[in-house]
Design a protein around this ligand. Sequence first.
Ligand SMILES: C[S@@+](CC[C@H](N)C(=O)[O-])C[C@H]1O[C@@H](n2cnc3c(N)ncnc32)[C@H](O)[C@@H]1O
Length: 204
Amino acid sequence: MNVLVACEESGIVRDSFIAKGHNAISCDILETSTPGPHIQGDVSDILKYKWDIIIAHPPCTYLSNSGVCHLYQKDDGLGNGERAINKERWVRMYQAKIFFNKILNANCDKICIENPIPHKYGIGKTYSQLIQPWMFGHAESKATCLWLKGLPKLEETNNVKDEWRALPKKEAQRMHYLSPGPNRAKLRSKTYSGIAEAMANQWG
Ligand SMILES: C[S@@+](CC[C@H](N)C(=O)[O-])C[C@H]1O[C@@H](n2cnc3c(N)ncnc32)[C@H](O)[C@@H]1O
């Protein structure tokens, strides 16, 4: 199968499909951090080619529920309770939504887009499935939504929820407590290997 892994610099999903014998390539505006077939550039330019499956991880900064508070300015404290909109943030949110939909509407029969829980102003809550890393062998929590076209829901492979629950809070919420630094965003957005392997095994 010809597999396009869009918006992936880590190569994790790409390499899981390659390990199953597929012709997979990742694409990101960044170079890949793991050597392998990779196109560095805007994925919009290559969506038109004939792919058997597209798996995409588009940026979530302006679409996810955790960032919804930034759509409005802070309360001015004047007591009327009204908050002005943050125009720049709304523009960026619409740009992110257009990019997301460009991938979802690509001419390909099988598409999966992965993103955190969205807020109601962007793509809305019309995702197909919500998964957690603890469903795929990682004792961690990070609610992740999948928008699926022509693909069945991903089945859990190794449920370790009880192990995750038994962990001290700081370990159980490892991603949340990652120390600040230049690589924090990259580390937080890396796909879990158990999820990547499940995608390759079940959809490959
Ligand atoms: C949320 S991160 C996903 C990271 C991914 N899960 C991984 O394991 O590498 C979003 C990625 O989209 C990339 N990106 C943003 N705009 C892009 C575009 N127009 N074309 C290709 N990649 C893009 C970013 O550089 C970033 O690596």
